[in-house]
Design a protein around this ligand. Structure first.
Ligand code: USQ
Length: 406
């Protein structure tokens, strides 16, 4: 297949690109390199030293003989260039990762909220409009998020995208209806992914676009089989308070002797997936494309759920790290249950990698190897969801103690 990976320079985009190229697909990366610019804006860098995208592609070609083409295109701003590229290349599949993906970054200031909405919603809509206009029958696979649903405990499993409901009509008869499972996003970033769902629903129904939306959980791990092949193919690895995600952050914190930063009581339960399983799931989703006219196919791309404090305790037991319970900079339920259905991926042959598989130690080893690249001042999460929360977090003695640790 000819596959366009939009956002192929990112944390999941890059290993996905390598995985698909390794399987013999012709892969093109379209990316505006915004993640690298955001690193510069925030004054942080990936824990792992990353080469330029062009250099990464050159090393991959030397290693494997396979080429990956890079195209510098901003999906959200360069609609005509995107359309021309699609019309000329006519990919069989398009994988869409090209969105600002950090909840804390999206809540930093009003400017970050506006940027996240502009970038994410325009990127998705430009892509959909360009696919319709060029008449390309490509399968669109989008990286969505489990977080569109929010985290209220209703004691029922979150289904794969759709919910059967019953409503009473004006004659008093009960009628069945299938609806998108209701969203309740907990950040501006998660809100943009909820809006994406509606855009997809419309274009699948109106234009027969073939769309798969993958509602992914929190990714952990850093290597895949392909990124391990050469030092310069290494994946990016975020540890900072904006882009680092919870389990990877705990593992890095443990590696550098920094107390594990649990927000609140740590009673938040979240869905997780290892990076190697992410790339495998994308491969599986590609192999099972919907037909034109089908509803959007929605998968829950996760393999297990865990409570944040249980993860902290697990990492503390494994490494001897100390745990710090901090005031939560986010507005989120302090405790929640989470049950998620992922039957479709299991039926397609996914054999999940779990936390028990010994890969936690690999992340600690990577963190120790590159510990000298960590700026400890960038470890605390300081983006607060509201002004009130910001002042509460700022005045907390535990947070002050952590600042002195750094
Ligand atoms: N948390 C801590 N301590 C930390 C960092 C986070 O306790 O040092 C807590 C947060 O308060 C939250 C939970 O851990 O309750 C998860 O936070 P996270 O930063 O790991 O994940 P999140 O902000 O939800 O976003 C990440 C990715 C996003 C993806 C999402 C999947 O950045 O792109 O969509 O995970 S999900 O969470 O299932 O929506």
């Amino acid at each position: 297949m000819k596959i366009a990976v939009l956002g192929g320079d990112g944390f999941v985009g890059w290993p996905t690109t390598l995985h698909l190229s390794n399987q013999g697909h012709e892969v093109h990366i379209l990316d505006n390199l915004s993640r690298r610019w955001i690193d510069t804006e925030l004054g942080v860098q990936s824990l792992t030293p990353m080469d330029s995208i062009q250099e990464r592609c050159r090393i991959w070609r030397e290693e494997t003989g396979r080429s990956i083409d890079f195209h510098l295109i901003d999906l959200a701003k360069e609609f005509e260039r995107l359309k021309s590229w699609l019309a000329a290349e006519r990919p069989d599949a398009v994988i869409h990762f090209a969105e600002q993906r950090a909840a804390p970054y999206s809540m930093k200031t009003d400017r970050h909220k506006v940027y996240t909405v502009d970038n994410n919603v325009n990127a998705t809509h430009n892509l959909l409009a360009a696919l319709v206009e060029t008449g390309i029958d490509a399968h669109l696979v989008h990286l969505g998020t489990m977080g569109v649903y929010g985290y209220s405990s209703v004691g029922a499993a979150i289904p794969e995208g759709y919910l059967d409901v019953e409503i009473t009509n004006l004659e008093g008869e009960k009628k069945g209806l299938e609806i998108l499972y209701p969203t309740r996003p907990g950040s501006v970033y998660h809100m943009t992914k909820s809006l994406d769902q509606i855009l997809f629903q419309f274009y699948a129904q109106n234009d027969g676009l073939r769309i798969t939306d993958l509602h992914q959980g929190i990714v952990w791990g850093t290597h895949t089989d392909q990124t391990r092949r050469h030092e310069q193919l290494i994946n990016r690895f975020d540890y900072d308070g904006d882009y680092g995600t919870v389990l990877n952050r705990f593992l890095i914190q443990a590696a550098i002797g920094y107390p594990l930063t649990v927000h609140g009581t740590g009673g938040q339960t979240r869905a997780f997936i290892h990076l190697q399983d992410c790339v495998r799931c994308i491969e599986l989703a590609l192999s099972d494309a919907p037909e034109a006219g089908d509803r959007v196919r929605i998968f829950n791309q996760m393999t297990e759920t865990h409570r944040v404090r249980d993860l902290a305790e697990l990492v503390a037991k494994m490494t001897g790290a100390e745990i710090a319970y901090l005031p939560n900079p986010r507005k989120e339920a302090p405790e929640n249950d989470l049950i998620v259905k992922n039957d479709q991926f299991l039926a397609l042959g996914l054999d999940p990698i779990t936390l028990a598989e010994g890969l936690l130690g690999e992340v600690v080893d990577v963190a120790k190897k590159y510990a000298h690249r960590i700026d400890r001042k960038r470890v605390p999460a300081v983006s607060a969801w509201t002004k009130d929360i910001a002042s509460r977090v700022e005045s907390d003695p535990e947070g002050k103690r952590l600042k002195s640790v750094s």
